[in-house]
Design a protein around this ligand. Structure first.
Ligand code: 5AD
Ligand code: SF4
Length: 344
């Protein structure tokens, strides 16, 4: 096992068989995690970047089989935050030291380029020192360009799974893995700091699928990768499926850190939702970003991608204090820099 970890740290890639062996390793305090932490600390120190998440619309035209916000779930009370509410979230966040705002939503056609660029323009003008990250799904290249020109810096679009057949088993036929990958390439060419990402343990996923994810990431060379366990939502076709595993998620994080030491790698909410100490464990496996929720508390329960999502009760101020403490306990410090990707 040690030789494999050393080989990955040195070559930044392994064969499919070797990747699979590392993925299934027993992990707490393993050599894999230790080396991942070394790589993380060499680039970023023991410092954790924070991003303020604003879940501004839970309308979505898509019907992904795994997601609680799918259009087919008529049990969701749909909402859109007003411009004032969005700006209030940013104001609260700014006061607490957030210097990145992540505008996240379902794929909601209400948000035309004009409407989105107006929001981006307002945040850009009010907070010239902050990074603006978008997470609003697939759009045309022209649309991405307009959002970039309006002042957005980063874009998160998880590829969900790099394997075409697996992708098609998680999504209805009107979504295509090719278009998703095209969007990611367009975003990168336009100049966004791009984040892709995938679900761990989504129904039907094989270890070979995860290896494919690693190789896709190697090729795309994104600034960020968001990964978290699949967690079933009761009002979806996957209600009775198993959640993704903690070990597997932590090992995948550690492998990604060793493949690309400067990667921005969040310890995700989903990871924190499957284990009380999930986010801390994520940091100790190589993650270096956390993304607390800045959305109004009364809308959070309406943004449930999966059952038992954490952080739906915390006021933003508490959420910040809580994360500061959690990170301190494991010897890390939350910092308020923009936290841009540094190419090395
Ligand atoms: N479990 C875990 N993550 C999920 N997402 C959507 N549904 C679930 C779920 N049931 C993730 C997807 C999407 C991101 C916004 O949330 O990866 O890209
Ligand atoms: Fe919509 Fe995203 Fe959920 Fe799919 S995963 S239904 S695109 S919010």
């Amino acid at each position: 096992m040690r030789e494999l970890v050393d080989k990955l740290a040195q070559n930044r890639v392994l064969s499919a068989e070797e990747f699979k062996e590392l993925l299934s390793a027993e992990c707490e305090n393993s050599y894999l995690h230790q080396r991942a932490r070394e790589a993380q600390q060499r680039v970023y120190g023991k410092k954790i970047f924070i991003r303020g998440l604003v879940e501004f619309t839970n309308y979505c035209k898509h019907n992904c089989y795994y997601c609680g916000l799918r259009s087919g779930n008529t049990g969701v009370q749909r909402y859109r935050l007003s411009m004032e509410q969005i700006m209030e979230c940013c104001q609260t966040g700014y006061g607490m030291g957030f210097r990145t705002f992540v505008l996240q939503g379902g794929e909601d056609d209400y948000y035309t380029d004009d409407r989105l660029t107006e929001i981006i323009g307002n945040i850009r003008e009010t907070y010239p020192d902050c990074a603006i990250t978008l997470s609003v799904g697939e759009r045309s290249r022209e649309s991405f360009q307009r959002l970039f020109d309006a002042g957005a810096d980063r874009y998160l679009l998880r590829h969900e799974t790099a394997n075409i057949h697996h992708y098609n088993s998680l999504h209805p036929a009107n979504m295509s893995p090719e278009n998703r990958k095209k969007c990611l390439r367009d975003l990168k060419e336009i100049g966004f700091q791009v984040g892709c990402g995938f679900l761990i343990g989504s129904p039907g996923q094989t270890p070979d699928n995860i290896v494919e994810d690693f190789l896709f990431i190697k090729e795309l060379d994104p600034a960020m990768v968001g990964i978290g366990p699949f967690i079933p939502h009761s009002a979806t076709p996957f209600a009775n499926e198993q959640a993704g595993g903690l070990n597997l998620t932590l090992n995948a994080l550690a492998i990604l850190r060793l493949m690309k030491p400067n990667l921005l790698l969040p310890a995700t909410t989903a990871l924190g939702s499957i284990h009380e100490k999930g986010r801390e464990m994520g940091i100790l496996a190589g993650a270096n970003v956390v993304m607390p929720n800045l959305s109004p508390v009364d809308t959070r329960k309406k943004y449930l991608l999966y059952d038992s999502k954490i952080g739906t009760e915390d006021e933003p101020q508490n959420a910040r204090e809580k994360i500061d403490k959690q990170m301190q306990v494991i010897g890390y410090e939350v910092i308020t820099a923009r936290g841009d990707y540094v190419a090395i």
